[in-house]
Design a protein around this ligand. Structure first.
Ligand code: FE2
Ligand code: FE2
Length: 270
């Protein structure tokens, strides 16, 4: 059962109106955009899990992915409800990156291969959700990321167990996918680096160590992983450049409750 359901029930209660403290208007704008993008990402997570459930060779495995698909539905519902409640919006922000991933993943009809790719994406989500839960730690949104993360960790374990039980015929294309598709793009790493005010390399290392854990769990040959990592890293270094910080003027005012005389805040539900 998803950890997020309890929050979803609260959000649907009209009497539940906590004041969300984002610390600054800039962080609040980022929360708005990340929440919106999460709807699309969670929807894709649910589509892949339900595809895996259909491709599963055994019914107990199929059930595991069916439950994972339900978790993702609750996650998407949480971000959708949150968006409606606090920003009075219903659209999710369209991300082309997620669309490209969808085509790539839904084009793979091999159960073990898709399960391994899915596990890698879930592992990357656990790192991102950890950052987001810390960034928004005084808010329901942050609590949502923290609870969704517990589910994603369970999905990674499910993926690892089935990939070990049904090893993919070819591992190389999967490792290539993990480094060049599942690993967040450089712009995402820079985004977190600027936002968390930690250097790019330590952000890179957080994602990379999550990949290493996954590779170890999948008992992938280390020299093979090193070979892909070297290729990835050289591309990364060649094209690496720090983007300027986004030029949002970083207003310091604490974001508080919606107030009629604050035009930036009037989009919250009254
Ligand atoms: Fe999720
Ligand atoms: Fe998940």
């Amino acid at each position: 059962m998803s950890e997020i359901i309890e929050l979803l029930v609260k959000l649907n209660d009209p009497k539940f109106q906590p004041i969300e403290q984002f610390g600054s208007a800039r962080l609040r704008r980022i929360a708005k955009s990340v929440c919106s993008e999460s709807i699309q990402a969670e929807t894709l997570g649910g589509e892949i899990a339900s595809r895996l459930s259909k491709l599963s060779p055994k019914s107990n495995v199929a059930n595991g992915f069916k439950m994972a698909a339900e978790d993702e539905k609750y996650h998407a519902d949480f971000f959708r409800c949150y968006q409606r409640k606090y920003w009075n919006e219903t659209d999710s922000q369209y991300s082309q990156d997620i669309d490209i991933l969808r085509d790539e993943l839904l084009g793979d009809t091999d159960f073990s291969s898709l399960a391994a790719k899915h596990a890698a994406l879930e592992a990357m989500a656990t790192v991102e959700f950890d950052y987001l839960s810390k960034l928004f730690d005084t808010t329901i949104l942050g609590e949502g990321y923290s609870r969704a993360r517990i589910d994603e960790l369970r999905h990674v374990r499910l993926g690892v167990s089935v990939v070990r039980r049904f090893p993919p015929a070819k591992i190389e294309p999967i490792i290539e996918f993990i480094f060049f598709k599942a690993m967040p793009p450089r712009k995402t790493l820079i985004f977190f680096s600027n936002l968390l005010q930690v250097d790019y390399i330590s952000i890179y290392n957080d994602f990379k160590s999550s990949i290493n854990d996954l590779m170890r769990a999948l008992t992938v040959d280390k020299s093979l992983v090193n070979q892909f990592e070297e290729e990835f890293y050289s591309e990364e270094i060649n094209s690496y450049r720090v983007l300027p910080e986004d030029d949002d003027e970083d207003e310091d005012e604490e974001t508080t409750s919606p107030s009629p005389d604050s035009p930036d805040e009037t989009d919250e539900e009254k």
